[in-house]
Each structure stands twice: as structure tokens, then as C-alpha cells.
Design a protein around this ligand. Structure first.
Ligand code: OGA
Ligand code: MN
Length: 225
């Protein structure tokens, strides 16, 4: 791991979630199935993540798709963001993965969710891009259990739109509307909450990921990596 982050992590100067925050998150997930936390991370890591996403060149991005495996498709009417998968090869991305590992273990200890691993990507929604109302996991058909979204935009105004709207389980009632402001972290149960991204009036950065369970059995390796 990159020396700078290693030292900071050892000194706990980078926000690895403390016990109190983990309790707060676990209680909210148990009670409501979701939580929206403003100012969730250390400012330095947030800025590094923001710069990392902004400095990735076009060949590092791909058009996002929907569906798994043989159902995978790219459909810009449904979803028009571009993505870059997070990997431990980059020290800033690795620092974020370590935070997610800390969260994974903290939630498993508190909620016995059996979260097995995490995958995540940066997203850019260009001006006018959106993601129609969807569920991240269909019951029994996905190993994505807990969805995570971290926003990476400084000084996002209401007039910029681009809100995340989280809906009730039946999809009928908006529960929460969140502006994608730097440091806001959203966590929700992947198969319970339909959500959508409204078209933004400026480009919109986020880091989205999923904690997964392991559904492997003798004839099937899962999660498929
Ligand atoms: C997703 C998603 C929301 C956002 O990638 O599945 O719903 O606000 N993203 O970026
Ligand atoms: Mn989603």
C-alpha cells in the first residue's frame, strides 16, 4: 500500500469509521433499511477521491450498463453515466477500499449480514445524464445486499438538480431526496429501495458500490468476479 496512506491509516487520521459511527449506521439499517450521512469521510480523502475521479483520462472510463451476465445491456435511456471500477492498484482508491472493508466488518459484527466482499466504481453523470428508477438487486437473483453511494461534488446547489431520490419499497412514495454534495454517504438495502438519479445541470461525480454475499455452491462460483 502507498506509504502516505499506510501511515495515516495506522494513525487513524483517515476516516476509518469509528465505533460510534458504525453503531449509528447499524441502528439505522436495522430500523429503516437506509441511512444518509453528510460529512462522512475525512476531508483529505474526499478531496483525493474527487481529484482522482477528475484526473482519470477518457480511456479509463466505460459506458455503464444494466443487468447481469447474459442480461447485460447498455441502454442510455435507462442509464447514461460512465464508470471506472475502483481497484487497490491505485493508493487513493485503495484507501477507500480499506474504509469499505472497515465498514463491512463493522456491519457484519453488528447485524450479522454476512457481507462477503465489496465492488465499486466512480461514476460521472454528464450534464443531462440520468438513471431511471431501478432496484440494485432483484430478490434472490443478485448477491448485492447493501448499496453505497458517496458523492464527490463541491458546492452542489439545489438549482444544479441531479438529486438521488430514494423510494418506498413499493416504489410509490419518495422517502428521501439527496443532493450529491461532497462527503454525503448513502447506504441502503439493495433489494428494498427503488431509486433514481434526476438529470443534473452540471457534471455529477459519485462513487457507488455494493457489499455482496457469497452464494457459492459446488457447481457455481459466486460472486462472479
Ligand atoms: C447506481 C446508482 C446513484 C447515484 O449506480 O446504481 O443508483 O447517485 N447510482 O450515483
Ligand atoms: Mn442504483
Amino acid at each position: 500500500m502507498h506509504g502516505y496512506y499506510k501511515t495515516k491509516m495506522d494513525k487513524k487520521e483517515i476516516s476509518v469509521f469509528n465505533e460510534q459511527t458504525l453503531d449509528l449506521i447499524a441502528d439505522a439499517l436495522r430500523e429503516h433499511g437506509y441511512i444518509i450521512l453528510p460529512d462522512s469521510f475525512n476531508q483529505m480523502l474526499l478531496q483525493d477521491l474527487q481529484h482522482r475521479a477528475q484526473s482519470l483520462t477518457p480511456e479509463n472510463w466505460q459506458q455503464a450498463g444494466v443487468g447481469r451476465h447474459e442480461e447485460y445491456q447498455q441502454n442510455k435511456a435507462i442509464r447514461s453515466d460512465i464508470i471506472h471500477w475502483i481497484s487497490p492498484d491505485n493508493p487513493i482508491e485503495e484507501a477507500f477500499l480499506i474504509c469499505m472493508e472497515n465498514l463491512r466488518q463493522g456491519l457484519n459484527q453488528r447485524l450479522f449480514m454476512g457481507l462477503f466482499d465489496y465492488e465499486g466504481h466512480f461514476s460521472i453523470y454528464a450534464k443531462g445524464a440520468n438513471y431511471q428508477k431501478h432496484l440494485d438487486a432483484l430478490k434472490g437473483r443478485s448477491n448485492r445486499v447493501l448499496s453505497q453511494i458517496l458523492y464527490l461534488n463541491t458546492d452542489w446547489q439545489k438549482a444544479d438538480a441531479g438529486e438521488l431520490i430514494l423510494y418506498s419499497e413499493d416504489g410509490a412514495k419518495p422517502l428521501q431526496t439527496t443532493l450529491p454534495e461532497l462527503g454525503t454517504l448513502v447506504l441502503f438495502l439493495s433489494d428494498k429501495f427503488p431509486h433514481e438519479v434526476i438529470k443534473a445541470r452540471r457534471s455529477r461525480y459519485s462513487l457507488t458500490g455494493w457489499f455482496r454475499v457469497n452464494n457459492s455452491h459446488s457447481r457455481k462460483i459466486d460472486p462472479a468476479i
